[in-house]
Design a protein around this ligand. Sequence first.
Ligand code: ADP
Length: 347
Amino acid sequence: MVGSSKVKKVASDAVAFLEVLDTAGVVADLTNQVVDQSSKAKDIGLVEYDKVISPELVELMTQARVTRQSVSQELYFAKNNRSPKLFISARATLLSEELVILLIEDRTEAKRLDETRRDFVENISHELKTPISAISLLSEALQIALDDPEQVQKFATNLQRESKRLGALVTKIIQLSRIQAGDLKGEIAVFDLGHVIDEAVELNQFLADSKGVRITADTPSGIMIDGDSELISMALKNLIENAVLYSENNSNVGVGLSVVDDFAEVAVIDKGIGIPVDQQERIFERFYRVDPSRSRDTGGTGLGLSIVKHAANNHGGEVTLFSRPNLGSTFTLRLPIHQDDQQKDTK
Ligand code: ADP
């Protein structure tokens, strides 16, 4: 029994160390019976009835024991059918003659980011290629059609549209990479949110008129925000632009502003095509579009909402969404309101 309490002590010391490092880890004996585990391991749900529930992980611990070496593997793990699938990096190594320690790193988010980054580069090249090759083809067509004024007119109009699209795309790529790098040159100051919303509505007025969409904005003044008004204006412009673009002709778009607790909430409401629930989280990712062909028709870049999300985050706020297909969408931008020194003191 001395041996067993000694073993337990080694295991609990190791787990105490894992707690300090905030790491998921499990210590098991020669029969793969779990002796101790860290709270992070409990959160993931690695162990049930004193056994690690994944056969691959048990195999990894056995390998470490047999080879007396540190072994590692990356794999997917889910506690059960209802739990989210995690992408984990597992490492098993001998802790003592009797014990094996299994360390788990949850790499789900890192893997997702890696994939998004890879997609981003691939997508940029793809997205840029489309208007560039269109411009090249159109200019060739223009050369051939020089004697036909009607054709010249048509090709020139298309050429303008494609170069505008290319310009918008490049601008948004630059804006987004800047925001992500935290490299904002804008003025950080106190500004009136209602005025910035009016500005963003104004910037979309031409587009709205061309579709017969009526934008109704209820924007009381005096709600003050600390931050970069240019960036917030850009974010609101994107939200209102989407509301107009993804609505039927001659419909209504509403923009409201209110204060809830210490946050200003700007709601941009449309009765347009809506967004399927399973895609609502993904639309904030760079270049993600629910329906790429439709988005291309609208001249979309797939970057607008990503800019909104980063602008909100940079201001300590957030953007949320309620949407149902064919009923419409409401995007809400929440920003902490400016607190004057007196208010701060009373907090
Ligand atoms: P895009 O430039 O393609 O509009 P965004 O990042 O602004 O890119 O939006 C991403 C995707 O989210 C769009 O392609 C569209 O499918 C969907 N979306 C955004 N806003 C709305 C909206 N108000 N109604 C319906 N779908 C929307």
